[in-house]
Design a protein around this ligand. Structure first.
Ligand SMILES: Cc1cc2nc3c(=O)[nH]c(=O)nc-3n(C[C@H](O)[C@H](O)[C@H](O)COP(=O)(O)O)c2cc1C
Length: 225
C-alpha cells in the first residue's frame, strides 16, 4: 500500500504526529483511501446546501448498519431541518441565556449559532437498556459507531460534516426538550452541509502515527514494534 505524502509534526504528548497535505484530504477514489484521508469541517464553516431526501436516507441507512451486539439497535436519530432546526436553535439560545445571565447578548450562544447555520443537524441518541447479556458499554459503543457511519456517509457523499457534543449534549433541559427517555443520552450532534466558500482552506489536524498507538504480539514483534 502506498504511503500518503505527509509531514511529521510534534505530537501532543511528545510522540510523533502526522499531517497530510491539504490536497491529500478527503480523497474519495476508493473506500480505503477515503478512510485514510477523511477530514471534518468544523461546524463554524458549515453552511447550506445540505443533502436532499435521498442522500439523507442513505446516511441514516448507513448509520443503522453498525456492529450491534444482540441486535438491540441501541440508538435513534433526531433530524433537524428547516423550521424544526430554527426552533431548536432558538431553544438553545434561550437555555444558554438562562444558564449564563451575564453572558453578552450581542454574541451568538455557543452551538446555537452552528445549529442555525448548518442546513442539517442530526442528534444521535444512544439508547441503552438493562440487558442480561449485553453490557451498557457495548450499547454505547454501538451508538458511537452509528455516529461515525453517519459522519462517513455524509463525507463520502461530498458533504462537509462534524460530530460535536458541546454543552447541549450534557444539558438536562435539552434532554427534556428532546424527550429523551431513561437510559438515553446524546452521543453526538452531526452538523452536515457544505463548506463555506469563504472558509480558510481545509488543512489537516495532527494525527498520531499509527505505529506509536500499536503493539504487536507475534513473531515479527521486534521488527514492527
Ligand atoms: C464524542 C465526540 C464529541 C466531540 N465533540 C466536539 C465538540 O463539541 N467540539 C469540537 O470542536 N469537536 C468535537 N469533537 C471532535 C470532532 O468530531 C472532530 O474530531 C474534529 O473536528 C476533527 O475532525 P476530524 O478528525 O474528523 O477531521 C468530538 C468528537 C467526538 C468523538
Amino acid at each position: 500500500m502506498t504511503d500518503l505524502p505527509h509531514k511529521l509534526v510534534k505530537g501532543k504528548h511528545g510522540g510523533r504526529g502526522f499531517e497530510l497535505k491539504p490536497e491529500q484530504l478527503n480523497r474519495r477514489e476508493d473506500l480505503l483511501t477515503f478512510l485514510r484521508t477523511r477530514r471534518s469541517t468544523v461546524a463554524a464553516d458549515i453552511t447550506a446546501p445540505g443533502p436532499d431526501e435521498e442522500q439523507l436516507a442513505r446516511m441514516l441507512e448507513a448509520a443503522c448498519r453498525v456492529p450491534d451486539h444482540g441486535k438491540l439497535a441501541p440508538w435513534r436519530f433526531i433530524v433537524f431541518r428547516g423550521s424544526g432546526k430554527d426552533a431548536f436553535a432558538t431553544f438553545l439560545t434561550r437555555r444558554w441565556r438562562a444558564l449564563h445571565p451575564d453572558a453578552p447578548t450581542d454574541t451568538p450562544a455557543p452551538e446555537a449559532e452552528f445549529v442555525s447555520a448548518a442546513p442539517l443537524v442530526i442528534a444521535v441518541v444512544s439508547a441503552a437498556i438493562e440487558h442480561p447479556k449485553i453490557p451498557e458499554w457495548e450499547q454505547r459503543l454501538s451508538a458511537g459507531a452509528a455516529c461515525q457511519n453517519l459522519l462517513l456517509a455524509a463525507q463520502v457523499q461530498g458533504f462537509a460534516a462534524q460530530w460535536r457534543s458541546g454543552w447541549p449534549a450534557y444539558d438536562e433541559e435539552v434532554a427534556r426538550h428532546l424527550a429523551l427517555q431513561d437510559g438515553e443520552r446524546i452521543a453526538g450532534f452531526l452538523y452536515i452541509g457544505a463548506r463555506r466558500a469563504d472558509a480558510p482552506p481545509l488543512t489537516d489536524r495532527r494525527r498520531p502515527f499509527w505505529r506509536d498507538r500499536t503493539r504487536f504480539f507475534g513473531e515479527d514483534e521486534e521488527e514492527t514494534a
